[in-house]
Write a protein that binds this ligand. Structure first.
Ligand code: FPP
Length: 250
């Protein structure tokens, strides 16, 4: 009897332990530009292919039972890129959101954007608000996209929001603990990432989820983001399952 490809793709590879999968995977999708250059293509083609890689990873997480995926799509520092590239990326985010919303609904994806969303183009803000509103009752995979996001800036805005509540007399200084602090981060309610994957070789966190990443296992691969496929993800998960996570204990 032949097993269809789709059945095979949906199955967790047998060497992975389904009880020890990360419950939240975060990705720094680096290397789109270098990938494009190597193919003799313009940089924007790398970003386009990057969207396909992200879609595949989202589906793979769903198939393999990983409940949360967070992707770093645009950092507060990325505004420093050439204006044509920034404009292309903003247009790409908007177009992808519009195009994929129906499928995300069908696949029960709950999408959320984190970052300084007010600093994004108005039409993108509207598309973001619509996608979050339409998918808010979905109970499948939690897909978070960090856009105009900076970890230091997120921590600062949480401090300001907490200070404001203290000033209003709503909160006592002594009551500020880790839980209260986390409630004021963009990621409130989301479990912290167990695994951070960075593609394209750089060994940096690049201002991504600074607070949330305290105990994440970090996996860096030389593979460029557009080439990061199921096989590469399988390798990352196998590597993760070999780690001894002690959380500061012996
Ligand atoms: C880094 O590669 C990648 C980005 C700054 C953009 C990533 C965005 C996407 C893949 C689109 C995601 C879309 C949605 C809707 C979530 P780079 O350009 O820094 O590569 P380089 O280091 O080789 O130049």
């Amino acid at each position: 009897m032949t097993v269809s490809k789709s059945v095979l793709l949906e199955t967790l590879p047998p060497d992975l332990d389904c009880n020890r999968l990360p419950q939240h995977v975060a990705v720094i999708m680096d290397g789109n530009g270098r990938w494009a250059k190597r193919q003799g293509l313009p940089r924007f083609m790398g970003h386009r292919r990057g969207v396909d890689a992200l879609k595949d990873l989202l589906r793979c997480c769903k198939d393999w039972g990983i409940p949360a995926l967070t992707a770093y799509a645009f950092s507060t520092e990325n505004w420093g890129r050439p204006s044509e590239e920034v404009e292309f990326l903003m247009m790409l985010f908007e177009r992808v959101l519009r195009r994929e919303l129906k499928e995300m609904m069908a696949e029960n994806v709950k999408i959320r954007f984190v970052g300084n969303l007010a600093g994004l183009p108005r039409s993108l803000q509207e598309e973001i608000a619509r996608s979050m509103e339409d998918t808010k009752e979905n109970r499948g995979i939690q897909f978070t996209v960090a856009t105009n996001y900076g970890g230091r800036q997120e921590i600062l805005q949480a401090c300001r929001a907490i200070a404001d509540r203290v000033r209003q007399g709503e909160l006592q200084v002594d009551a500020i603990d880790e839980t209260v602090f986390e409630d004021h981060l963009y990621t409130a309610g989301l479990t912290p990432p167990d695994l951070l994957i960075r593609t394209s070789g750089e060994m940096r966190i690049s201002n991504f989820l600074l607070w949330q990443m305290a105990y994440a296992e970090i996996y860096v691969t030389q593979t460029a983001w557009p080439d990061f496929d199921r096989k590469a993800f399988h390798q990352a998960l196998a590597n993760y399952q070999q780690r001894d996570r002690r959380f500061g204990k012996v």
